[in-house]
Ligand binder design. Sequence first.
Ligand code: IPD
Length: 265
Amino acid sequence: MNNEQICNAVKNIVLETAKMIRRERENFSFQKNVEIKGHSNFVTHIDKLSEQALVERLSQLIPESGFIAEEGTSTKKGEIYNWVIDPIDGTTNFIHGLSPHAISIALMQNNKTIIGVVYEIVHDEMFYTWEGGKAYLNGNEIKVSEYSEHQQALIATGFPYSDMVKIDAYIASMREIMEKTSGIRRLGSAAIDLCYVACGRFEAFWEYGLHSWDVAAGAFIVQQAGGKVCDFNNEDKYLLSGEIIATNANYFNIFYEIVHQHLGK
Ligand code: IPD
């Protein structure tokens, strides 16, 4: 199978899993179905069911592949191929019946992302790309926006909830971004924040304290749509460090400078 065919197969697996998520959500109760993993960090039985279904189907697709999956369903390491899975990115939104929440899947080949699929379940929006192809939303090619100035820029972020060491620097960066740009949104799903940069709804996104499964697929979709992705020091360590900046190509320099100045080394 080539990359496009693998991507199509992943999209089908994701659509089937999303059907199960919607079905299970109908009888959902906070008391019975939510476990607390840490402060503001929740998991539901539906995240776990979703991840089990994804791991099973993706293992059939590439039997020698391994997994980096949020709920730890499989810790198998693949020699060449590894899937990076968030079964529901935006779990807090999901619990409260809010959008967006999404299934996020990346395929790494020797540590390089070659497939990215993010499916927003409420709005039925499938964002996807593969190495050698373009970036798409529901079959239509997407590109980052061309805006280059603060006044034109709408920015996404996520609020930190566990690592409070950098909170003052983060709030200082938010203050400057709030003063200079046309606004900030906090949607509650990093995967979707990235896809919205990719399709030009946002000009930029920054957040720290993330995990590889929150961003691997979305970051690749931004790059394939012509955007830039880096960590707070303009390096490409965002999957490991959990610090990420994603922007359209024209807006990168001035947005990066603000975040780097407050949160970089
Ligand atoms: C969370 C979302 C959220 C971000 C959090 C993540 P989860 O992922 O991406 O936007 O602010 O830091 O943990 O836990 O819902 O998969």
